[in-house]
Design a protein around this ligand. Structure first.
Ligand SMILES: [Zn+2]
Length: 166
């Protein structure tokens, strides 16, 4: 694995995660004798466009212009979880909503997550972490990429907390 920054150039998103996720979805659907539905693929496309963890509510909001119902979105989420396209996690503190993110990682990411407001920002310079992952010796394992979350407080929340807010 190269240690160079493999972010897609801005304005030109890589469709790689979508293609990989769609392949996984189709494999799952076919091996379970289910029907293909365009709605599920639309939901998956929206998820891949977000490129960061999201809540079910955020996804539903995003899918509204596509005329997808909340039931469609929630059922798709459930299916994507069992098909191992997504994995879910719960923020440790704050408004504890379940967050979802793509389980198919095609590039390494480091996310900074504010445990108070949930704001998630991608760390741009992860050179030092790339280096650690690449240099470490693994037994019977070849690393390809990684996904990491750093929990803390964003600038705004730090200011609120400093003023005695909660
Ligand atoms: Zn915050």
């Amino acid at each position: 694995m190269s240690t160079t920054d493999n972010r897609a150039p801005s304005g030109k998103k890589s469709r790689l995660p979508y293609e990989e996720a769609l392949t996984k979805l189709n494999d799952y659907i076919e091996s379970h004798n289910m029907r293909h539905t365009p709605e599920r693929e639309m939901v998956l496309n929206e998820i891949c466009d977000m490129q960061q963890p999201f809540t079910a509510e955020q996804l539903t909001e995003r899918c509204k212009p596509l005329r997808l119902t909340q039931a469609t979105v929630y059922n798709s989420l459930k299916l994507f979880i069992v098909a191992r396209i997504l994995h879910s996690f719960v923020r440790e503190t704050g408004r504890s909503a379940t967050q979802y993110e793509l389980a198919v990682a095609t590039r390494s990411t480091v996310m900074m997550v504010c445990t108070r407001c949930g704001r998630t920002v991608e760390l741009r310079d992860k050179t030092a972490i790339d280096h650690i992952v690449a240099m470490r010796k693994y037994s019977n394992f070849v690393p390809e990429n990684y996904s990491m979350r750093i929990y803390g407080h964003c600038k705004l929340c730090r200011r609120i907390l400093a003023r005695g807010g909660r």
